[in-house]
Design a protein around this ligand. Structure first.
Ligand code: PBG
Length: 322
């Protein structure tokens, strides 16, 4: 036998010399939930995750930086009284997200602040866009609100805005809106291939943002489609996205690879709430080794082609990798 691949696997040191995929804390983005309440609340729908108070969030940001996590993406839980059919609160400069951005930016200027652009936390209908009387999601009317939302976030100090709404044409419109107010340096991380996935269920529970009627299939992508991701990618590139995202991650590794091979832009992948909770549930039942499986799931996402990963394991993974 001339070829013995096992020679390269003989010791840990040799395995480390020949390893192809490196997972580092710097690759990880931590999605964090916040609300206006004064207490930090464990999220029933997402065991292990917390809805942070404004003060609690500052403490979390400090611990994240210490752990080597330098980027967070913020998801607000908005009280029902502030929701309406057109998501007006999304554009409020004094709203929860802008206020939080200002205080985080002031205390932790080195922390990269990423914001979600979509109406679902603010919509009384629980949709990412404006719902017409007949149930249709109004694309162009929605984009006008998204522009106000992104501008409020940029004014408050967002480093990168991340539209997760899947309206057509929003990347170009947001780029122009940001530039028109001088925010040339605010990046656009597009949720390029965001699938209509059942793996988002726990997240909607965490934000109390589930659709009141219908589903998101007229704007989020059909899980059966692959070429459509490349179409969305081409549009986002032409419209000025700085980074593109595939979501969910684990069940869509082929899409991550496809997008990675088709673009020179950095590729992000979102290991969503349902992926996280599948591992959590199996670990709690004693069926899987939590730490080993969580890290393997993240390495798999990187190996598929993701440059960065949004994951609820970010803080722990950073500690495990240290
Ligand atoms: C909505 C949004 C969703 C997630 C991030 N942004 C849910 C949805 O589209 O219904 C899901 C994230 C997760 O499941 O962890 N704009």
């Amino acid at each position: 036998m001339l070829q013995r691949p096992r020679r390269n696997r003989r010791t840990q040191a040799i395995r480390d010399l020949v390893h192809e995929t490196a997972l580092q804390p710097a690759d990880l983005i931590y999605p964090v939930f916040l609300h206006a309440d004064r207490v930090d609340t464990p999220i029933g729908a997402m065991p292990g995750q917390t809805r942070w108070s404004p003060d609690g969030l500052l403490g979390l940001a400090e611990r994240a930086l210490e752990a080597g996590i330098r980027s967070v993406v913020l998801f607000p839980k908005i009280e029902d009284a502030k929701k309406d059919r057109v998501g007006t609160e999304a554009g409020n400069d004094e709203g929860l997200i802008p206020a939080t951005l200002r205080s985080l930016k002031k205390q932790f200027p080195e922390l990269t602040l990423i914001t979600d652009v979509a109406l679902d936390p603010y919509s009384s209908d629980g949709h990412d866009g404006i719902v017409a009387d007949d149930g249709r999601i109004l694309n162009d009317e929605t984009i006008e609100v998204l522009e106000r939302q992104a501008l409020a976030q940029a004014r408050a100090g967002a480093d990168i805005v991340a539209p997760s709404d899947m309206m057509d044409g929003r990347i170009g419109r947001l780029r122009r809106a940001l530039d028109s107010e001088g925010f040339h340096d605010v990046g656009l991380l597009s949720y390029t291939a965001k699938y209509a996935s059942s793996f988002y269920g726990p997240f909607r529970g965490a934000l109390d943002s589930a659709p009141k009627a219908g589903d998101k299939k007229t704007y989020q992508m059909d899980p059966r489609n692959r070429r459509e991701a490349l179409r969305e990618l081409a549009l986002d590139e032409a419209e000025g996205a700085d980074m593109v995202m595939v979501k969910p991650a684990g069940p869509y590794l082929d899409i991550i690879r496809e997008v990675r091979d088709a673009t020179t832009l950095p590729v992000a992948a979102y290991q969503v709430s349902g992926e996280y909770l599948m591992i959590e549930a199996a670990a709690q039942s004693g069926w899987l080794d939590r730490r080993a499986v969580a890290l393997e799931s993240l390495v798999g996402i990187k190996r598929a082609g993701a440059d960065m990963i949004l994951t609820y394991y970010a803080m722990e993974a950073a500690a495990w990798l240290a």
